[in-house]
Design a binder for this molecule. Structure first.
Ligand SMILES: C[S@@+](CC[C@H](N)C(=O)[O-])C[C@H]1O[C@@H](n2cnc3c(N)ncnc32)[C@H](O)[C@@H]1O
Ligand code: SF4
Length: 450
């Protein structure tokens, strides 16, 4: 890319970033719902992904905005019990599954509880393809055996970087070990699951080009991992504050160049299955978000999306468990998306998976998808992000980076919402009003409780 083209592309990246930030603020606004809330009934002709959230970690990383709390054995057992109740409820309501994704937090904090939960899922919904997230320190025979027996097909390990200085900055070195120890554990785990995915982060403060090149060499040459997901660092005000003393200050300056480096180094042996997930070979299981457009969530702080309704379970672990124990719904927030918002969501997610099938979306929206979405389609075509084929739109190489930017902003919006929802736990108990981050920040009502 010439200097002029790359400056133009990075200007467009900033514009997209700002536009998406505005758009995701509006879309992640859910209302508190009272006891009478009813989830739409499942559509008998479709299957739903089940997302299970396990919000416990031994130690909390400063850069992370996911819903997670410090591990306590009794709290975690109570939470597993509660989420199994919710899963039974979904089965009783008639939902059929396309697969299961267990994320966190750290789903493997209590392998026996995780195994019981997966057993229940197979019992209620038939044998399922299961994907589970974990940390490098849990790549031990006693945990891996349990996972294999429970039918886990895709294991996703959070590595972030093999560089010890960066691991120290992320406060992961003391709890999970050195980069060399991670690499040895991953090498020993290879082949044990249909897909072994490694989660990495790029554009960390202090991550030089040389450090990223070394990470890429370890992944592709030493380990030849099955799959790698390279997330751009996502920051909120809260995580930036926590990270600044150990890792440094986040900047967008290198993001595009580092993404280009990742693409270049993975080009020969890996095929992208989304804008940030790359698989070696064809028989790999992809990230859930791309393939399943509707999903149901179990666990405190888990979201679901059913028939245009986006909803969330209580972020209070106590409330989540108490509601379920009382035979009530743990869903405490929801909003129905307008048709245009649903189209935009599909546009974002489908193209994040690199390809938008026209026939599928025209059938879904009664033939009005391209007509309603033409401004977005025309905008991204003019930027050189989309290529039109007779049956689909595809992301171009340039478009892949723009989609990384949009997904970064989309998930940053979700992260802000999670922080806000946790700060709102007291209001949630009282069932008051609607989340409004700006007003609450002004009034000092939003605080960090992680
Ligand atoms: C939420 S964690 C859950 C699994 C596990 N506890 C772990 O640390 O990998 C899943 C992945 O999200 C990614 N992640 C977490 N916080 C992030 C952030 N602020 N920016 C980009 N990626 C992030 C990391 O790559 C992490 O491995
Ligand atoms: S990155 Fe993983 S281990 Fe760290 S706090 Fe987040 S969920 Fe827990």
């Amino acid at each position: 890319m010439s200097t002029a083209t790359s400056a133009w592309a990075s200007g467009a990246g900033r514009l997209i970033s700002a536009g998406m930030r505005l758009a995701s603020r509006g879309s992640m606004k859910l209302d508190f719902v009272g006891e009478g809330f009813e989830l739409p009934a499942p559509d008998a002709s479709r299957r739903y992904l089940l997302y299970v959230h396990v919000p416990f970690c031994e130690v909390l990383c400063p850069f992370c905005s996911f819903h997670r709390v410090e591990f306590r054995d009794h709290k975690a057992r109570r939470h597993f019990e509660a989420l199994r109740r919710q899963i039974r409820g979904y089965a009783a309501a008639g939902f059929r599954l396309s697969g299961v994704y267990v994320g966190g937090g750290t789903p493997t904090v209590l392998p026996d509880e995780l195994a019981r939960t997966l057993e229940l899922i197979h019992e209620c919904f038939g044998r399922q393809q299961v994907s589970v997230e974990t940390n490098p320190s849990d790549l031990r025979a006693e945990v891996l055996d349990v996972l294999r027996e429970a039918g886990v097909a895709r294991l996703s390990v959070g590595v972030q970087s093999f560089d010890d200085a960066l691991l120290r900055g992320m406060e992961r070195y003391d709890k999970y070990g050195s980069g060399a120890a991670f690499a040895a554990r991953l090498a020993a785990t290879k082949g044990a699951f249909q897909t072994l995915n490694v989660d990495m982060i790029f554009n960390l403060p202090g991550q030089t080009r040389t450090r990223l090149e070394r990470d890429l060499r370890i992944l592709t040459e030493e380990l030849a991992v099955d799959q790698v997901s390279f997330y751009p660092l996502m920051v909120t005000q809260t995580t930036q504050r926590k990270m600044s003393s150990t890792l440094g200050v986040h900047s967008m300056r290198n993001e595009q160049a580092y993404y280009a480096l990742i693409r270049e180094r993975l080009r020969d042996a890996y095929v992208p299955s989304s804008a940030w997930c790359f698989s070696r070979g064809r028989n790999m299981i992809d990230e859930y978000v791309v393939t399943d457009d509707e999903y149901i969530g179990a666990g405190s702080g888990a979201f679901g999306y059913v028939d245009g309704m986006i909803y969330g379970n209580s972020f209070s672990l106590n409330r989540y468990a108490m509601l379920l124990a009382a035979g009530r719904s743990p869903i405490t927030m929801a909003r129905r998306l307008s048709e245009h918002e649903r189209m935009r969501y599909d546009f974002l997610m489908r193209l994040f998976g690199l390809r938008l099938e026209k026939a599928f979306l025209e059938a879904k929206y009664g033939g009005s998808f391209e007509r309603r979405m033409w401004p977005e389609i025309a905008f991204f075509r003019a930027l050189g992000a989309l290529r039109e084929r007779p049956d689909c739109y595809e992301l171009t190489d340039r478009g892949m980076y723009y989609w990384v930017v949009m997904m970064r902003e989309f998930f940053t919006g979700v992260n802000r919402f999670r922080e806000q929802a946790r700060a709102n736990i007291a209001r949630e108990w009282r069932g008051e009003g609607e989340f409004n981050a700006k007003a609450q920040r002004r009034k000092g009502e939003i605080r960090d409780i992680a």
